[in-house]
Design a binder for this molecule. Structure first.
Ligand code: ARG
Length: 460
């Protein structure tokens, strides 16, 4: 096994250090992007006159063979190498040797450092994975919007909560629409992170290289479909380029926020599926049972999604702490950015996929009878009663006090009656504008929801 370094060493690496420093067991995931980076790099070397056209062709062919293997799932790196960059270099040396281009392979690492390579590869990995994540996220957003529209169409209303106490009725459609809005911001955050990624080559180890950057500025490389709208540029500052992990932190942050939203949505579904709420039924295919209690039907999917938020936050904290206080430029500590990054993408993609599958009209059914029972709680309409008085010129503060007293009467224990059953004479004592007919009109979820004119409604 040939290392990318070693000339100045008189002793082999300690075997524990060898294992301790190894990253190939996780950075093999960068193999494809590493090959793309090398394709760009050999173009630069050829333009700079450092590779002969035939050498360029041989290297390009060798790299494409490896890319093909990766795409066919046939790529098995040798995990005894230090990292994926070293393995691909060695693999090309072997392959090209057979073709009589051994020397060309030895030129590949000209004017290049793994410090530059690893940032490039990780950025490309991020670009591809953001797009993948955003596309699954869009499916979930569509399903939420669909649920919002369907439940709006069915005119399902639920109690709205603040502090998890009955507040004011809301349309169920608006409820799902709220999560749709959150996920829309998450989508934007991910797209913004793409915008902030600059794909650079040419930093060398930290100080740049002798290749004239003007030259490859013109050759800004566009030959790989995956690079999409991104072109490769020389770094504005090579010290910054090799030691910047802002893009990793920014993405981990966007994924952590997205995870937080999925967790809140899950929490609501878990509550709603409880006997105490009993608002929804989740399709059997998405629940599990208990090995001991025969009656159990548990909302595990939502719990697992909620639980994974811990990992997403942890991964963000992990990289923030790794980066804190690192001197310029590259430090080996940065090798520890990849596992949290890969993990967050994996976790979020799994969560999004399973939620997109679950959150559809056919898998979540609404127990409208139970919901309607909750809507009978007259305290939900207290604000609407106050609003009625306000509309009739009673100052809000007074209206608040009056309705507060009316509600206190209801909860005093002395008075078992419903507000709707109170006699006009009793109501009049609270305010002359109150009477039984008015109260009955107000205590209605649809009237309550439809009276809210200040909000844009989702289009059914
Ligand atoms: N495995 C390393 C990482 O992920 C690659 C860069 C190594 N650079 C170095 N100078 N040892 O950061």
């Amino acid at each position: 096994m040939s290392k990318l370094w070693g000339g100045r060493f008189k002793k082999p690496t300690n075997k524990f250090v060898e294992v301790f420093g190894r990253s190939i067991q996780f950075d093999y995931k960068l193999a494809r992007y590493d090959c793309f980076g090398s394709l760009a790099h050999i173009q630069i070397l050829k333009d700079a006159g450092l590779l002969l056209p035939a050498e360029y062709d041989a290297l390009a062919k060798g790299l494409k063979v490896i890319i093909q293997e990766i795409e066919n799932d046939q790529f098995i790196p040798d995990f005894s190498f230090e990292d994926i960059h070293s393995y691909i270099q060695s693999r090309l040396e072997k392959d090209l040797e057979k073709e009589g281009f051994g020397e060309a392979a030895l030129k590949l690492h000209t004017c290049r450092s793994r410090n530059d390579q690893v940032v490039f590869d990780t950025k490309l990995y991020c670009l591809i994975n953001i797009e993948e994540t955003a596309s699954i996220l869009s499916v979930l957003r569509d399903h939420l919007l669909d649920l919002a529209k369907k439940t709006a169409e069915q005119q399902i209303f639920i109690p709205g909560y603040t502090h998890l106490q009955h507040a004011i009725p809301v349309a169920l459609g608006e409820y799902f629409h709220a999560y749709y809005e959150m996920l829309t911001r998450d989508h934007k955050r991910l797209m913004n992170a793409i915008g902030n990624i600059e794909l650079t080559l040419g930093s060398g180890a930290l100080a740049g290289t002798f290749i004239n950057s003007q030259k490859y500025n013109q050759n800004a490389v566009k030959f790989v479909a995956e690079l999409k709208s991104k072109i490769i540029t020389p770094p504005s500052n090579s010290l910054d380029a090799v030691s910047d992990r802002d893009f990793v932190i920014e993405i981990l942050s966007a994924l952590a926020i997205l995870g937080m939203h999925l967790s809140r949505l899950s929490e609501d579904m878990i509550l709603w599926a409880s006997k105490e709420f009993d608002f929804i039924d989740i399709d059997d295919a998405f629940c599990t049972g208990s090995s001991l209690m025969p009656q159990k039907k548990n909302p595990d999917v939502f719990e697992l999604v909620r639980g994974q938020t811990g990992r997403l936050y942890g991964n963000l904290m992990n990289v923030l702490v790794v980066m804190k206080g690192l001197p310029l430029a590259y430090n080996r500590d940065m090798q520890h950015d990849k596992e949290p990054l890969f993990d967050s993408f994996k976790v979020i993609q799994q969560s999004l996929r399973v939620l997109a599958e679950l959150l559809t009209n056919k898998n979540i059914s609404f127990k409208t009878k139970n919901i309607e029972n909750q809507l009978k709680d007259e305290s939900l309409y207290a604000t609407d009663i106050a609003d009625y008085l306000v509309k009739n010129q009673v100052p809000f503060k007074k209206a608040h006090e009056i309705v507060g007293k009316l509600i206190a009467l209801k909860y005093s224990g002395k008075e078992e009656e419903q507000l709707r059953d109170l006699d006009d004479s009793v109501l009049k004592e609270y305010h002359p504008l109150l009477n039984s007919k008015i109260i009955k009109q107000i205590i209605n979820p649809r009237t309550s929801v439809e009276s809210k004119e200040s909000v844009k409604r989702i289009k059914r």
